[in-house]
Design a protein around this ligand. Sequence first.
Ligand code: SF4
Length: 344
Amino acid sequence: MQISAQLQGILDRALERKAPMRDEMVQLLRYSEQSLEAGIIRAVANRITRERSRNLAILSGQIGYATAPCAGDCAFCVFGAGHSTFPEVNMSVEEVAEHAKAFTSRGVLTTLWLMSMHQFDFARFLEIVAAVRAVVPEYVIVSSNVGDLTLEQAKELKAAGLAGAYHTIRLREGLDTKLDRNERIQTVRNIQEAGLHWGFCCEPIGPEHTPEELADQILFGMSLRPQSFGAMRRVWLPNSPIADRGQITQVRLAQVVAVVTFATLADPNIVAIGAHEPNLICLMSGANSACAECGANPRDETVETSKNLGLSVDNCVRMVYEAGFDGVVRPDRQVVPFSSPTNR
Ligand code: SF4
């Protein structure tokens, strides 16, 4: 068996914790997902994450608490106003708090995201954040996944109990979405300045995204200094205006996850590498993070995603156990080991 000296060099340097250059990332992404090279790339990324994470996984959960036809009009999202047939959903504060309690009851979650649309009722969101903060364990990072935030709003949310935020600048933002890339970047700055934990994800990946585009997006994400990183594929939706572009496989997503893993070597503080939807291939290719979901989900036409695409916390525990992780680590540094059968 032989791989090129150039690939060998990139992988050897990655094993020495040195991130690849842009052109090297492009090369890694150019290999066919079924090639021997792609398999080796994923295996090396898996090895790196196992070492960096001490073979521990990180679990999170998301509650999609409110939906409406969304002005962001993202072509890949079930809520995009131009094509959405998704009914409006508005969970009560009590319902959200109940879901939050259920998600955190096993004591394995690191982060709990509260998701709504680009335009959302800020006062109501403050109320929800406070209610969730009151019922979840102290170590859980209560996080937002909502529209753009001013610095003042980010600080207000922090005072109400928010500790993190997911806000990404998407592939082809402004082309496949009606959102302003610069406003999204400004929100990231506001989140960081308010002192909230912030993570980036290379998303939503489809077959049309070239190796160059993916490498640039990953490096752009790194330039914003995230504290966690992930990759997500676009899920094929029949109503989407870009349905004809299709969907990548979990194997291709895993190859991107592997390259994300290498790129994050530039920042040793990043230990959580996510993949959406979580799957075993990605968890064997550099990902160590999985997310449970309930309520509405931008990638799922089913109103209650836990009945379709969304994994339960138990599903996530089982998946990371099957992927060979020794346990789950929480933000308070507590490790929940899988040595006991009741924790699997
Ligand atoms: S991805 Fe977010 S901003 Fe875009 S349409 Fe969906 S809910 Fe709106």
